[in-house]
Design a protein around this ligand. Sequence first.
Ligand code: GLV
Ligand code: MG
Length: 296
Amino acid sequence: MVTFTPGRTVLVTPALDPCRFDKAEVVGADMGQLDLEDGVPPALKGEARRLAIDYLRHAPRRCPMSVRINSLRTADGLRDVLAMLDSGAGPDVIVIPKVESPIEVRQLDELLGGRFPELALMAIIETPKGVSAVDDIAAATPRLRGLIFGAADLSSQLGVPLTWEPMLYARSRIAMAAIGAGLHAIDSPFFDLQNPAGLEEETRRARALGFTGKIVIHPEQVRVVHDALRPSAQMVDQARRVLAQADDGKGGIHVVSGNMIGPPLVAAARRVLASIEIEQALIPIPLRTGSGSGDT
Ligand code: GLV
Ligand code: MG
């Protein structure tokens, strides 16, 4: 079984400028992502693929690294996979965009699993067909460790605004499918780079739906997302009170601070405290620099 966690933030950089490939580690994101898909113009796909493979082959990695390949329903996606097979250089995680069927995920597992036994897969759900098939996709293979919501593509395909309400159904459905299958649920990027308050608000709302992390597209978004995912002091305090009074191993109902607390709420309180411990365990590398200078 592959053991990996994408953590709270996955910092994306187009695979075109090797100086930026280590940015995730430098700014304290939990995972990096070299993008071969929409962040790379068609004319530069070959060059990006070459740079990514070169990096994967030679660079020492202190932070988990993912690669977003092109859709497996495109020639570029197939070229991305063949480049990894031919070179023997693979990332920790391959992120497959625009997944619409579990067959795509299984195919990649069969193609790469023998060569890269530790490889994890994550699927981006960002088309109406993908949303409809999300439960089957979530159960495709044990190598699949997470679902990512892609709001930009979905809103574009639906012809609706990229705002909270039009995206709410898909977001909820993806979070539920991921949690039901025991996968990580990673929320869509937030595209307004000048609006940290909006990013914070969207991250809190996504967390409330069950997402545990977010794709970030700028180094300065990392800290905002980490802060927004952290339970508030009030939540932690209430969780401690619940566990102190109600977690007596006998089950049943207790009254804590005027609230009826039964087993599901005891379990929720345990999760709040566990999430703080997980966060502490997820900070293996102290920040070396400030939060970056406007590049991803
Ligand atoms: C990400 O790929 C998105 O489409 O939002
Ligand atoms: Mg997309």
